[in-house]
Design a protein around this ligand. Structure first.
Ligand code: GLA
Length: 385
């Protein structure tokens, strides 16, 4: 088990007992790119996770090492000047430490070993797991009493520092997840509710297209956010005071259509409709209506493909294959876009055969072998005994 390996590696390197933290990845049932528009989302934390072994070292340095992708180590001097790190994860921790110092937390030296099994760049929010788990570990060993809400804000600020102007969905999903449930999060006031996602006779599965994204670097993500902000400012100056698309109706949008570029108009329209799909999905899950859940997934996917333009031909193809199969009720790409996994609702009695058929057709079309995972919803970030 990964947690045991992390723990023994920590003990053999640092000769003391660590605190252990488990930080899961997340999926999202529906509500894509709505979080930074103060809309609603329906994510959940999963069984794949990053594990941290961490303890104070009574020195002025922070040692962090991993065998996440390859064995790597960075040393962070508490009062030092730090160049960007080679290891992508080093820059997340550097950002977190800098933000904590800016916020006035008093830091002390510590040692940390981490690793996990969340595929990187697959739309499962490995970076939110990395950040939120690390912040919890640091908070616990240094007695900083950082609340989950504050943890989410520090983790989000780290993403912004690295270059992704993300919302708070991933951090909330990773921190507040609950076994078997999706989290209905209202990003306007950050209130949340839970809804069980198990549907009798149906199973959820993830399919990794193996197309990797890097949202912070390619900034297509940030361009979508800019479009939404442009629409908000146009509505503000010509119709009514609003601070986000959450307060905008379809009627408002139509009134300013001529003042907007077709791209900005279509993106804003997508956001308004996507919020509607989140509410519809809540109702469909509560009533156990698998067919309806499947059709909302499909509607969401094709809206991301044609309106928000964040899918790839490979992801569209994965969804299209499912549409032609009797055992698949619906699928959609998840997360920021441009790669990663689809989430799929399948008939349990045809689960294996459907996944096999998708794999085969995907390979024939793309020469890529996709990976499939059963979806298991676990608890949010926590300490391990
Ligand atoms: C990324 C971001 C989130 C959210 C999703 C899209 O995962 O980190 O804040 O915007 O994309 O729904």
């Amino acid at each position: 088990m990964i947690a045991d390996d992390i723990k023994s590696s920590f003990i053999s390197n640092y000769k003391k007992k660590p605190l252990l933290v488990r930080a899961p990845g997340r999926i999202n049932l529906i509500g894509e790119h709505t979080d930074y528009n103060m809309g609603v989302v329906l994510p959940a934390s999963i069984e794949k996770a990053i594990y941290f072994a961490i303890q104070k070292n009574e020195r002025e340095i922070i040692n962090i090492e991993t065998f996440l992708t390859a064995p790597e180590k960075i040393v962070f001097e508490l009062n030092g000047d730090h160049k960007p790190y080679q290891a992508f994860w080093g820059n997340y921790f550097k950002a977190i430490i800098e933000i904590m110092i800016e916020k006035g937390y008093s830091l002390e030296g510590f040692d940390c070993v981490f690793g996990g099994d969340i595929p990187i760049g697959a739309g499962l929010s490995s970076s939110a797991a990395l950040c939120c788990g690390f912040i919890l570990g640091v908070s616990e060993i240094l007695g900083l009493s950082i609340s989950k809400e504050e943890n989410a804000l520090i983790a989000q600020a780290a993403e912004h520092k690295i270059g992704l102007n993300c919302g708070l969905m991933d951090q909330y999903a990773v921190l507040f997840g609950k076994k078997g449930n999706a989290l209905f999060l209202d990003c306007k006031d950050l209130t949340l509710d839970y809804v069980p996602i198990n549907l009798k006779g149906y199973s959820w599965a993830l399919i990794d297209s193996k197309i990797k994204h890097n949202l912070a670097v390619d900034s297509e993500y940030n361009k979508r956010r800019n479009s939404c902000e442009t629409v908000v400012s146009v509505i503000n100056s010509s119709i009514k005071p609003v601070s986000s698309l959450r307060e905008v109706t379809m009627e408002d949008l139509e009134k300013v259509q001529m003042e907007l570029s077709p791209t900005d108009y279509t993106r804003a329209k997508y956001i308004l409709e996507e919020n509607g799909r989140v509410h519809k999905m809540m109702d469909a899950l509560k009533s156990g209506n698998g067919n309806l859940v499947g059709s909302i997934l499909l509607e969401g996917h094709w809206a991301m493909s044609t309106q928000y333009e964040i899918t790839t031909p490979e992801l569209d193809f994965l969804v299209k294959i499912g549409e032609g199969l009797e055992g698949v009720l619906g699928s959609r790409m998840m997360g920021g876009g441009f790669g990663g996994c689809t989430i799929n609702l399948l008939k349990t009695d045809q689960l294996e055969s459907s996944l096999e058929a998708i794999k085969k057709a995907y390979y024939t079309e793309t020469q890529i072998t996709c990976e499939t995972y059963p979806l298991e919803i676990g608890d949010g970030v926590h300490l391990l005994k």
